[in-house]
Design a protein around this ligand. Structure first.
Ligand code: NSS
Length: 424
């Protein structure tokens, strides 16, 4: 019977299928570290206990060859999993060519062979954590009676301003890749009330940073009847749930990244207004004044020393997107918030209550220089049964970057699209 490495136990006779992760041999014994999706295991071929043919093959196996190995599982204190295999047979399914990835390859080279580097422990561990993220986020929202909906990815209009749009030729017209599913989610709530989109978003970010991808996964809940405050409470609960699930199901992977699962079991939140954040930054020596959006240095500084998330709310209207609701009591303030990750990782969520007054929306679109014709359908939503509503967008790779303590966001996705790269 075929097993996955993580399911075996001492004393069992097993058949394992996988790839050669590492290999070395002496005169009398060959060691093959086998890798499958679940784990790695050292398989020991002793010259005096296998046929000559099997020993020869085991002693000369190129790494990344695909093999099936049978043997007996035995405890071994020195092994990372506490187990080893006394191998009795070896079947080579495919003998690999010389694997191009060896120690000390440059970052650029590893990006060129990303299709092969995916097998590394780093990317495999990241992908397993990301898998839990997707499952947990869906589970949390569905338990709260949200419907998952599918926004279009080809659009006629900008959601987040014109400067980061990727344009494409749509049979002679100019269309764009979606920056956000939000405007469509706002249409969908009139049918389903609580919805979320889980889809790629595209941003033509022209600066080279460690936290921007050109294509990233965007989780965007949108809810009828939710106020600014309800919206923030949902963000907190969602982050708590997702982090808790990852702490529970990805202990091995977290350990690989040096992150203690305890820091994720019960994540904490601080909260401050934009004005207080400006004051704090000024005290830290930053030359910021009210009415300016924070850059990455400012965001870094606000949480660099903190193990807690930071919610910054109530930004000046003039630096935020056209759809954010004006605070009825303070007309220069938007009822919005960002969430900054702990430890200086920067913004992971942007959200707001949505403006329902078409006069204000039209005014703000005009100020942004947008063509009102492109937003006619969106403005219709305020004409037929308009209700208070809120929503937010969470950048999945931004959260994964923090959880896995990754230097660069490109390692939070298998095939990153960055300023200089869209291959492989
Ligand atoms: O531009 S956002 O702040 N907000 C929106 O797109 C809203 N329309 C979302 C909504 O309310 N439904 O982007 C949201 C999040 C932001 O906080 C980041 O975590 C992430 O999307 N984001 C990115 N991640 C990776 N790379 C890039 N370039 C990027 N841009 C935003």
């Amino acid at each position: 019977m075929s097993y996955q490495i993580e399911d075996i136990s001492p004393g069992q006779q097993v058949r394992l299928r996988g790839w050669v992760y590492r290999q070395r041999a002496s005169k009398d014994v060959a060691f093959v570290v086998l890798r499958d999706a679940s784990d790695r295991l050292q398989c020991v071929f002793k010259k005096d206990s296998v046929s000559e043919d099997v020993f020869e093959k085991a002693a000369s196996l190129p790494i990344e060859s695909a093999v099936i190995i049978e043997g007996n599982v035995r405890e071994d204190e020195r092994a990372p999993t506490g187990l080893e295999l006394d191998a009795s047979s070896l079947e080579i399914i495919h003998e690999a060519e010389r694997f191009p990835i060896t120690r000390d390859k440059s970052e650029d080279f590893l990006l060129d062979v990303r299709h092969l580097w995916l097998r590394s422990q780093k990317l495999t561990s990241m992908m397993k954590i990301k898998h839990t993220f997707f499952r947990a986020a869906r589970e949390f929202l569905m338990n709260q009676h949200f419907y998952e909906v599918q926004p279009p990815l080809i659009t006629a209009s900008a959601c987040e301003g014109g400067s980061t749009l990727f344009s494409l030729d749509y049979f002679g017209d100019e269309a764009y890749l979606s920056q956000s599913g939000q405007l469509y989610a706002e249409a969908l709530i009139y049918a389903l009330e609580r919805v979320f989109c889980f889809a790629p978003s595209f941003r033509a970010e022209k600066s080279r940073t460690k936290r921007h991808l050109m294509e990233y996964w965007h989780l965007e809940p949108e809810m009828t009847w939710y106020s600014h405050e309800d919206n923030i409470q949902l963000q907190i609960a969602l982050l708590q749930y997702v982090c808790n699930q990852i702490a529970t199901y990805n202990q091995k992977e977290l350990k690989f990244f040096g992150r203690d699962p305890h820091t994720l079991y019960n994540v904490q939140f601080d909260r401050m207004t934009y004005d207080d954040a400006v004051k704090q930054l000024q005290e830290q020596g930053f030359n910021v004044s009210s009415g300016v959006d924070f850059g990455s240095n400012e965001e870094y500084s606000l949480t660099a020393e903190s193990p807690r998330f930071l919610i910054v709310e109530r930004y000046p209207l003039e630096i935020k997107a056209f759809y954010m609701k004006t605070d009825p009591q303070y007309p220069h303030i938007a009822l919005c918030n960002d969430v900054l990750a702990p430890e200086g990782y920067g913004e992971i969520i942007g959200g707001s209550e949505r403006e329902t007054d078409n006069r204000l929306l039209i005014q703000r679109l005009q100020e942004e220089g947008q063509d009102l014709d492109d937003y006619e359908w969106y403005l219709d939503l305020r004409k037929y049964g308009s209700v208070p509503h809120s929503g937010f967008g969470m950048g999945v790779e931004r959260v994964i970057r923090w959880i896995c303590d990754l230097d660069h966001i490109r390692d939070a996705t298998p095939f990153p699209r960055t300023l200089t790269r869209y291959y492989p």
